[in-house]
Design a binder for this molecule. Structure first.
Ligand code: CTP
Ligand code: CA
Length: 222
């Protein structure tokens, strides 16, 4: 019986976590963003560190304290997040919780865009890289790649399709039709190749601990 392994099941592992929104600059004073608070991702980083892992947390702009024992890398945009994720490899598992902006402004305006006598300025968009799909397709990918899927309807069906499309091993699907964004609780489904586990509504800290427990068990199956 090894007490160290019992209490620190992720000892010796490197876990990469992304969290928060991204901000996509339009001009020096404006950006595109979303409602992600970063709480669920930060809770997962904290739970992974508490389980003994070395944790790299790539965080978009959030107002949260860095959990104890976590290496935090702050980024703004999706493209910066993609670079930070690649730079953090290798990792044993990656948990991609960030609400990455799907689009950025195609052209960054170095000067503040001015109102133009009632004419609306057009805002052409470009699609951001898919950080999760890119990571999952790398030959040096983490052994376990976990995505999150925030959905407002047909939560499990959309998330199952996303798991396959993105090449993720697991998807944690959550229903964001209520006030999950920024809230303390989360109702999720863990979707794996062999089926779906429906979890009860839990605090984000408990969702994090439970997910980290599953990750520890999976990584122990060498
Ligand atoms: N994700 C990512 N890079 C992106 C978009 C999403 O890494 N450019 C990751 C998220 O961190 C999450 C998962 O992909 O783990 C699912 O994100 P989601 O926004 O639900 O998926 P999308 O493919 O963007 O689909 P949707 O059109 O529903 O937004
Ligand atoms: Ca998206």
């Amino acid at each position: 019986f090894d007490e160290g392994v019992q209490h620190r099941p992720l000892f010796g592992r490197h876990i990469l976590v992304t969290a928060g929104p991204t901000h996509e600059p339009i001009d020096p004073v404006r950006y595109i963003a979303n409602r992600s608070s970063g709480k669920q991702g930060f809770a997962i980083a904290e739970a992974a560190a508490a389980a003994g892992a070395r944790v790299t947390l790539v965080a978009g702009p959030v107002t949260l304290a860095t959990p104890p024992g976590v290496d935090r890398i702050d980024v703004e945009s999706a493209r910066e997040m993609a670079d930070a994720v690649a730079a953090a490899l290798p990792a044993d598992a990656a948990v991609m919780v960030a609400a990455v902006a799907d689009w950025r402004a195609r052209d960054y305006a170095a000067d503040k865009i001015k109102k133009d006598g009632g004419q609306l300025a057009p805002l052409p968009l470009a699609e951001n890289p898919d950080i999760l799909a890119t990571l999952a397709a790398r030959p040096d990918r983490p052994r376990l790649v976990v995505g999150f899927a925030a959905e407002t309807s047909d939560v499990v069906a959309h998330a199952m399709a996303k798991r396959v499309r993105k090449g993720a091993d697991w998807i944690v699907a959550n229903d964001v039709s209520g006030d999950v964004m920024g809230g303390a609780d989360n109702t999720v489904h863990l979707i794996r190749a062999d089926g779906v586990e429906n979890w009860p509504t839990l605090s984000k800290a408990d969702v994090a601990r439970r997910l980290i427990e599953h990750i520890g068990e999976e990584l122990a199956n060498d």
